[in-house]
Write a protein that binds this ligand. Structure first.
Ligand code: EPU
Length: 295
């Protein structure tokens, strides 16, 4: 299989620890397939299917909690091309594997703004698109003109216009087996200096309210309509609550950090415990924002 994958531009790495590929630093081991050519992805999927291997698509791993131990799936990840952002007038053509923050600064250097709020959001552009990532009033979905998506269920690469996709709060109409290959964003002309100012403000806000430099997956739960999950968890005095090395951040109560050697089991137990306490106290059932790959 390896040789055939090679001819399709897919590089197989065996026994990779996903803990090293996720911002939480949690996850078991499996085989990883790095994809260098969009057009061969349908054939790659056919091949791994013929071998009876279930698969998962991995983006930047920054909003993901992966199970412990031997994992049952082969994991597919796009390799980042160079360049991964091409500017044409007020359009940015961006590869799904591009780093979100670097994409924002590349656009800024071409005097294209609007994305400033996304600056500190970790992960890839494809991952951000998949769940309509947002921060400080900006959501990536608002800027989408076109998406090139691999529909794994149908083995087809499709180009969708922005108005054919629904972008909601941390949710899109993409299916679980869709892989974001590339996106064209339509941006507004804005002087670089002004964009930089906006970026600085967002960075400061983030630094003052979120744990930086610690292993986390960002916010664990979504905010229910009109409510702040972080405030609710904080009001219950749960900052610092821990299961093993999985711990509710002291800085922002909706961030759960891996303070050492947390396992997925620790993190899931902490999530369940906090969800139950919030339910009891507020009558609200929190929905995960973090994507969980349970084996
Ligand atoms: N708050 C507390 N205690 C806390 C955390 C927050 O009292 O421990 C209060 C704050 O003082 C504020 C309110 O709760 O009055 C809202 O907090 P914040 O401004 O930090 O925003 P958030 O609703 O908790 C959302 C997104 C973040 C995004 C920020 C900034 C969700 C679930 N979270 O957080 O996104 O960075 O706004 O726009 O929508 C993520 O998606 O992973 C994420 C971190």
């Amino acid at each position: 299989m390896e040789a055939e994958l090679g001819t399709l531009g897919a590089e197989l790495r065996r026994g990779v620890s996903l803990a090293g590929l996720t911002s939480l630093g949690i996850g078991g081991t499996t085989d990883l397939l790095r994809l260098t050519r969009h057009e061969t992805i349908p054939a790659v999927l056919d091949l791994i299917d013929r071998h009876g291997l279930p698969h998962r698509f991995l983006g930047g791993g920054s909003n993901l909690l992966v199970a412990d131990g031997e994992l049952p799936w082969i994991v597919l990840q796009l390799a980042r091309p160079d360049p991964d952002v091409v500017i044409e007038g007020h359009l940015a053509r961006v590869d799904g594997a591009a780093d979100l923050g670097r994409m924002v600064t590349t656009c800024a250097k071409h005097d294209l703004g609007g994305l400033e709020g996304l600056i500190g959001v970790p992960g890839t552009v494809g991952g951000a698109l998949r769940m309509n990532a947002g921060a400080y009033g900006t959501q990536i979905g608002s800027y989408v003109r076109e998406v090139k998506v691999f529909r794994a269920a149908e083995r087809r690469i499709e180009i969708l216009r922005g108005d054919q996709i629904s972008f909601e709060y941390r949710h899109t109409s993409f299916g679980p087996d869709d892989m974001m290959l590339a996106v064209t964003l339509e941006l507004s002309p804005k002087p670089y200096k002004e964009i930089l100012q906006g970026i600085r403000i967002c960075n400061e806000k983030r630094r003052s309210s979120q744990p930086m430099g610690q292993k986390s997956a960002g916010c664990i739960f979504k905010n229910p309509p009109g409510l702040s999950t972080g405030r609710m968890i904080d009001e219950l005095g749960l900052k610092g609550l821990s299961v093993g090395d999985a711990r509710v951040s002291d800085r922002h109560a909706n961030f759960f950090v891996n303070s050492g050697k947390a396992t997925a089991a620790d993190m899931l137990a902490l999530i369940a415990d906090v969800r139950k306490r919030v339910e009891t106290a507020y009558g609200v059932t929190l929905e995960n924002e973090v994507v969980v790959w349970a084996a």
